[in-house]
Design a protein around this ligand. Structure first.
Ligand SMILES: [Zn+2]
Ligand SMILES: [Zn+2]
Length: 328
């Protein structure tokens, strides 16, 4: 099969690899599409460690089952499925408390094991979510990012008919803004430093769009930091109204630091929550993508064949795309 292979930091080839076979409890999927996201750029750059290479990246696939392991029940060749990339061990104390995204043996398809920037990918049957025949397939690449957003919104627990502010008009910021609106939370304001990203936010969300300098003094009970930038985090925290909540969703560098006022957190009874990847949120995300496909599907703005992975990555780095997917 053709596959993208990352062999080291910044080193990528499109090559022929042996076709995978299904594990007894797994299946092989012919990948129809698999997204590229910010995590992939960190992975390819070597920020997540050298021990990840060599690796076939790709953790946001959907596709068609083409081979089924001997012990698998309930899935057949020909079924269309989205894949939760989470590989929680299920046995450690955190997994047994229902906190699999904090698993002591944390692993993920396309991050620590072979992923789906390939014609075929082998995955455990437990990670499959069936896409029913009426599923809007042009929105299927968004199942995984929406599952991350759903996890974040469960952590924030925003109330309807109250304003919200999202810092960051990247793919996730736009998805979060759409999902807030779909839950009746609003008005929603999306803030970004980049004029091109603000334009995309205006085009794809019903939100008010603003530059950081334009929201000084704005206060909201529900604020989301979706940039990973420490300066944006500080501004997002300043934006939280008294008794309000901040969701830290963006992936900051592990070394990044930001200034906070403990007195404000005390005196204003602020709540600050984090959200890491997916937890019990993939099934609801598949439902969300189906119900809101009309608003979500247009976010898949760019599609590239495997052989053009370099062009696809350059487009993602440029920021002039919402969701770019590879279509093996
Ligand atoms: Zn991702
Ligand atoms: Zn575990």
């Amino acid at each position: 099969m053709r596959a993208v292979l990352a062999t080291g930091p910044g080193e990528l080839t499109v090559t022929d690899l042996p076709d995978p076979a299904p594990a007894p409890d797994g299946v092989v999927i012919a990948v129809r599409a698999c997204g590229i996201c910010g995590t992939d750029l960190h992975l390819l750059g070597g920020d997540l460690g050298q021990d990840r290479f060599p690796l076939v990246p790709g953790h946001e696939p959907w596709g068609e089952i083409v081979a089924v392991g001997a012990d698998v029940r309930g899935h057949q060749a020909g079924d269309l499925v989205a894949v939760d990339p989470s590989l929680h061990c299920g046995a450690c104390d955190r997994c047994r408390r229902g906190q699999g995204n904090m698993c002591r043996e944390w692993a993920a398809i396309g991050a620590t094991t072979a992923g789906a920037w390939a014609e075929l990918t082998a995955v455990p049957a437990a990670n499959l979510h069936r896409l029913e025949p009426d599923f809007p397939l042009d929105a299927a690449p968004l199942a995984e990012p929406v599952a991350c957003a759903e996890r974040g919104l469960r952590r924030l627990a925003p109330q309807p008919d109250q304003p919200a502010v999202v810092f960051g008009a990247g793919t996730m910021g736009l998805i979060l803004a759409i999902l807030l609106d779909a839950r009746g939370v609003g008005p929603v304001t999306v803030v970004d430093v980049n004029p091109a990203r603000r334009q995309l936010a205006a085009r794809f969300t019903g939100a008010t769009v603003a530059a950081p300098a334009d929201v000084t003094g704005l206060r909201a009970p529900w604020v989301i930091e979706a940039t990973g930038n420490p300066a944006a985090f500080e501004q997002a925290l300043a934006c939280v109204d008294r008794a309000g909540s901040l969701l830290v969703f963006g992936v900051a560098s592990p070394d990044a630091r930001a200034a906070v006022s403990p007195h404000r957190i005390y005196a204003d009874e602020l709540t600050i929550v984090g959200s890491m990847a997916i937890l019990h949120s993939f099934p609801p995300a598949v439902d969300t993508v189906r119900r809101h496909a009309g608003r979500l599907a247009p976010l898949v703005t760019d599609r590239f064949p495997l052989d053009q992975v370099d062009a696809a990555l350059n487009l993602v780095r440029s920021g002039a795309t919402v969701k770019t997917v590879l279509t093996p």
